[in-house]
Design a protein around this ligand. Structure first.
Ligand code: APR
Ligand code: PHB
Length: 391
């Protein structure tokens, strides 16, 4: 027989979205129970992107989880865009007055997990067979742990369980409208320990395809090349990767890459995806559970944070001010920002990747890059979107 648990907000998923929501609500005196199907170590071990908008850092600060971001994050006031060996700097700070922080999502997840442990708020890792029911009015979440089935009775469920989670799938399909674009290529990513011979991120377009030079710290780099979805990691030994990376980013960079073994190597598909609305009765979707952006705009984590901040505000005003205005507007408020980030990420992907297209498409892409390099207005638009639109 299942034993019953009670809480105000049941959060499914301990990625950055679920953990941050838990931290914000706990600090407002709203009870949460966090359910995660993987172990804490597995969640902490996932390699993900790492560019934080200033708005994201502010929210982490507000959640009292920004100490390491402030101490160890690398602030950048520009990015470089490369095209056929030429590189142009986009001066983010001059163009917007704002700068971005390079700090791995893995570290953000670790900081939030530590904050939750410190707060003493309840979490169940390795929660199996999580299912959500009665989300129309009196939601219940069932799960099994150590062979025992448990049931959580709550006021609301926050579906922060990512793209492959159970929460979005528990919404009646005809209630949701899905917009999706799959891209005909992937990103092959490599993590390696050496001092980055680039001071700022380099997004490079070339006839051979896209490449990105990023970093995790002053001694660790994260680099990507556009690859075929049929490729396997085995086909890309380290030296072949760096050869190709150098051919796309520039030989001036290639000659400064030491011959060190990679720490991690993986291929990820690229997708744009939005499920709307983000609310069904007393279930709210946030983060990757509701939307995916191709990583070219560095928006994935930042969008999850803005969803969660809006959901926190909606639930805080529900419990503290007795108004449903916030929860009624939650989906609309998120979608406005989600579609702008989707547009920017799609535009950056189209601008910088090699598509199987005709001569006309390639001339358009080339011309758009030249216009970007020459036009202050075009650079301002890129910068404004890259640092993030106001929350
Ligand atoms: N039951 C419990 N937990 C689940 C279930 C389930 N059925 N399905 C998935 N989860 C957990 C996953 O194991 C994962 O830890 O939900 C969590 C979802 O976390 P993320 O995928 O990191 O999603 P989110 O928190 O929304 O963060 C979005 O992650 O993928 C990046 O680019 C993306 O930066 C963005 C960020
Ligand atoms: C990363 O550091 O992994 C990274 C940075 C910027 C992106 C995507 C990924 O746009």
């Amino acid at each position: 027989m299942s034993s019953e648990l009670r809480t105000q907000v049941a959060i499914v998923g301990a990625g950055p979205a679920g953990l941050l929501l838990g931290q914000l609500l706990q600090r407002a005196g709203i009870d949460t129970l966090l359910l995660e199907r993987r172990s804490a170590d597995y969640v902490k071990g996932r390699i993900r992107a790492g560019v934080l908008e200033p708005g994201t850092v502010e929210v982490l600060e507000y959640a009292d989880a920004a100490r390491r971001v402030r101490a160890e994050g690398l602030t950048h006031d520009g990015v470089e865009i490369g095209s056929s060996g030429r590189r142009n700097r986009i001066a983010l700070k001059e163009l917007t007055g704002k700068l971005v922080t390079v700090y791995g999502q893995t570290e953000v997840t670790r900081d939030l997990m530590d904050a939750r442990t410190t707060s003493g708020a309840p979490s169940v890792y390795e929660a199996e067979d999580v299912s959500v029911s009665d989300i129309g009015d009196s939601p219940r979440v069932r799960f099994s742990s150590n062979g025992e089935t448990r049931e959580v009775v709550c006021d609301f469920v926050a579906g922060c369980d990512g793209f492959h989670g159970v929460c979005r799938r528990s919404v009646p399909p005809d209630f949701l409208s899905i917009s999706e674009r799959k891209y005909p290529f992937g990103w092959l990513g490599v993590l390696a320990d050496f001092r980055p011979p680039w001071a700022e991120l380099i997004y490079a377009a070339s006839d051979r395809g896209f490449a990105l030079a990023s970093m995790r710290s002053e001694t660790r780099v994260r680099c990507y090349i556009q690859c075929s979805l049929d490729d396997s990691v085995e086909q890309w030994p380290d030296d072949r990767f760096w050869e190709e990376f150098g051919a796309r980013v520039g030989q001036d960079i290639r000659v400064r890459i030491p011959n060190v073994p990679s720490l991690e190597k993986s291929i990820a598909p690229l997708r744009s995806f939005v499920a709307e609305p983000l609310r069904f009765g007393r279930l709210f979707l946030a983060g990757d559970a509701a939307h995916i952006v191709p990583p070219t705009g560095a928006k994935g984590l930042n969008l999850a944070v803005s969803d969660v901040f809006y959901l926190y505000e909606a639930l805080r005003t529900f419990y503290k001010e007795g108004t449903e205005r916030g929860i009624d507007h939650y989906s609309h408020r998120c979608l406005r920002r989600i579609w702008r980030a989707e547009r920017f990420s799609w535009w950056m992907t189209r601008l910088l990747h090699r598509f199987p297209g005709d001569e006309f498409d390639q001339r358009m892409q080339q011309t758009e890059l030249e216009y970007l390099f020459e036009s202050h207005a075009a650079q301002s638009s890129l910068a404004e979107n890259y640092v993030g639109l106001p929350l």
